[in-house]
Design a protein around this ligand. Structure first.
Ligand code: AMP
Length: 398
């Protein structure tokens, strides 16, 4: 089954083409286009590229196009991206202003260009559908809640990928099967005792921490919008709500300028004095730039804060997983995060940790009660797998 996964940025389109058969998952092609003013030409070029490569003969060879939309009012999970879903996304443009409008526009372009090909999206919020309500509510009046002011949780595809893979690697095929079937049976796949408790740390351009119990998420550090939680590359992360009125009333900022600074000049960039890539921040810190050093310390501190929160909720931990660009590549940061946690059963093997870069490995010491792993994420593959399951499920229902 050939599935094209399209990742729509505000001015970019990246794609991967997968062929998923009963027993094999192959990525056939990948590519992307930047600085777009319109998706139409990019979609044409993408289809041309995969035809020229011989991966498809005609457009109808595509079983579906898969997407990774962020959020919609009243819709989550893995769904057909029909007009009602696009309208539900538009209803939450205010929550994800940088993500939803270009996404909706891009999906409509795909619908025009590929009539008859199923367009299926796996919402980033989907993984948190079964999280306890108390973990997902802000203490705001009911009228705010009705507008969507609650915790949603994001990075669902990535946390799902590592939840399934970690369970497989640690011999919990039952938990892996539950994660695999999540959007088909709503988490009903049975698991055995004892419980499998995991925290996954997705640290990249955008970062978040998720706790899972037996494969089901119990919460995520990202709250109402992708601007919350840990400090991101240039986005603020969690912030006291009174900071905004303070900077409007006394800091001389307009609302638009304050929003721009929170979304583009904050996070690691704000703390480090202008560097938003962890590679540059590390070099700066090594050269004695104190602000860059502080940015790394703040990130490590926040990550520990969230690991601790989920450790407590889970009543312990079996696996701690690091994934995404920063966490997969940065052994020093992993060591900082895991420092002085031996009383909680988390002990790294320093040699193994320092050797691992962007590859799958256990990095905890032999006597560490908690297994610490690095698992490179693969969000696009998750999308392709879910799209395939969704289509097969639709077929079996008809
Ligand atoms: P992602 O969002 O997963 O693509 O991660 C992107 C981020 O990973 C970049 O902004 C960098 O900060 C970070 N990154 C990528 N490669 C490295 C590396 N070799 N060492 C440290 N950080 C890295």
């Amino acid at each position: 089954m050939k599935i094209l996964v399209a990742n729509l940025g505000s001015t970019s389109l990246k794609y991967r083409l997968f062929d998923l058969t009963e027993d094999q998952e192959t990525m056939l092609a990948k590519g992307g286009f930047e600085r777009l003013s319109d998706y139409g030409a990019a979609i044409d070029s993408c289809l041309e590229e995969i035809k020229r490569g011989g991966w498809i003969a005609r457009e109808s060879d595509l079983a579906a196009v898969g997407f990774k939309p962020v959020i919609a009012r009243g819709v989550t999970g893995c769904v057909r991206m029909d007009e009602s879903v696009l309208e539900a996304m538009e209803a939450y443009n205010g929550i994800a202003p940088a993500h939803n409008p270009p996404y909706v526009h891009g999906v409509r372009r795909f619908a025009e260009r590929l009539p008859g090909i199923p367009l299926v999206g796996l919402f980033e919020t989907a993984f948190y559908q079964w999280a306890p309500e108390a973990a997902m509510r802000y203490a705001v009046p009911e009228s705010w809640y009705r507008r969507g002011v609650r915790r949603w949780g994001f990075h669902g595809a990535s946390h799902k990928f590592v939840a399934e893979r970690a369970a497989e690697l640690l011999g919990r095929d039952d938990v892996a099967a539950r994660v695999r079937n999540l959007y088909v049976d709503g988490g009903q796949t049975p698991v055995r005792e004892p419980a499998f408790r995991m925290v996954s740390c997705h640290l990249g351009g955008s970062s978040s921490i998720t706790g899972t119990l037996n494969g089901l998420a119990i919460g995520n550090s990202l709250g109402m919008s992708p601007q919350s939680g840990l400090p991101h590359n240039n986005r603020v992360g969690d912030l006291d709500s009174m900071a905004l009125p303070l900077m409007l009333r006394e800091g001389g900022l307009s609302l638009d300028e304050a929003e721009r600074q929170l979304c583009k000049e904050s996070g690691l960039k704000g703390l480090s004095g202008g560097f938003n890539d962890m590679r540059d921040i590390m070099v700066q810190a090594q050269q004695g730039n104190a602000a860059a050093g502080l940015a790394i310390e703040v990130l490590a501190h926040q990550v520990r804060h969230w690991i601790g929160a989920f450790y407590l909720e889970l009543n312990g931990l079996d696996a701690l997983v690091f994934t995404a660009g920063i966490a997969e590549n940065n052994a020093d940061l992993r060591a900082d995060i895991c420092r002085n946690l031996d009383q909680l059963g988390i002990v790294l093997d320093p040699d193994r940790n320092s050797q691992v870069r962007a590859s799958e490995a256990v990095i905890s010491a032999k006597d560490s009660a908690v297994r610490v792993l690095v698992i490179p994420t693969n969000e696009e593959l998750v999308i392709a797998r879910e799209v395939k399951r969704h289509l097969l499920n639709e077929q079996s229902e008809n």
